[in-house]
Design a protein around this ligand. Structure first.
Ligand SMILES: [Fe+2]
Length: 203
């Protein structure tokens, strides 16, 4: 049918691995917001979710680092991290390779992407799914952007990827939700990892 839902959320692993350390009031607000988003996705009747995340060296490394990649596997599995640390049990996540193929073909009309028929979900996908589709009953089309290993995509090319995804989603007969995810720390993998610039995030 087309895009029936679009939203963003945080994918920080700290939300599940050490959520109990957060201020209880803020934690409550966070969980309520996830619940609201979960209901909105359910109410949209989404038959698939295109989930955009960032690369964390889970599937790709410096020998071959795609700027943009889209999953086309028969099935996914996650989290790739220690489930006891992330506090999310490892599980199978449904895919829709036929929809992936159609989306990839359409995106390639304007943006070069790589595709992957094998893909293990890390916290970037597993944490949002844990809150938004805890029954893992909606097929996922994972999209990855290299956000941590320069040279990175110029922002205007990431914008083009967004436009291409929208066009591809609207061309599909299925009802599709699009979810962008990211961390709230602005200095990942550095000594300042975990710090948050709230003013910047809100601007
Ligand atoms: Fe991340």
């Amino acid at each position: 049918m087309s895009l029936v839902y679009a939203g963003t959320c945080c994918h920080s692993p700290a939300m599940t691995s050490r959520g109990e350390m957060a201020d209880p009031t803020i934690r409550k607000q966070l969980l309520a917001a996830f619940e609201q988003q979960k209901k909105a996705i359910e109410d949209s009747g989404a038959e698939a979710i295109v989930m955009v995340s960032s690369e964390h060296f889970a599937n790709f490394f410096m020998n071959n680092m795609p700027t943009f990649s889209i999953g086309m596997a028969d099935e996914y599995e996650g989290p790739i991290e220690d489930p006891e640390w992330l506090k999310i049990p490892r599980t199978k996540i449904p895919a829709n390779p036929d929809l992936s193929l159609r989306i990839i073909k359409e995106v390639l009309q304007t943006v070069d992407v790589c595709y992957a028929q094998e893909w293990k979900f890390d916290h970037g996908m597993s944490v949002p799914l844990h809150f938004l589709t805890p029954k893992y009953d909606i097929p996922i089309v994972p999209v990855n952007i290299n956000c941590q290993s320069p040279p990175l995509s110029p922002l205007h090319r990431s914008w083009e990827l967004g436009l291409a995804l929208r066009k591809a989603i609207d061309a599909a007969p299925e009802k599709i939700a699009l979810i962008g995810t990211g961390g709230t720390s602005h200095w990942p993998c550095t000594p300042d990892s975990g710090k948050i610039n709230e003013d910047w995030t809100r601007s």
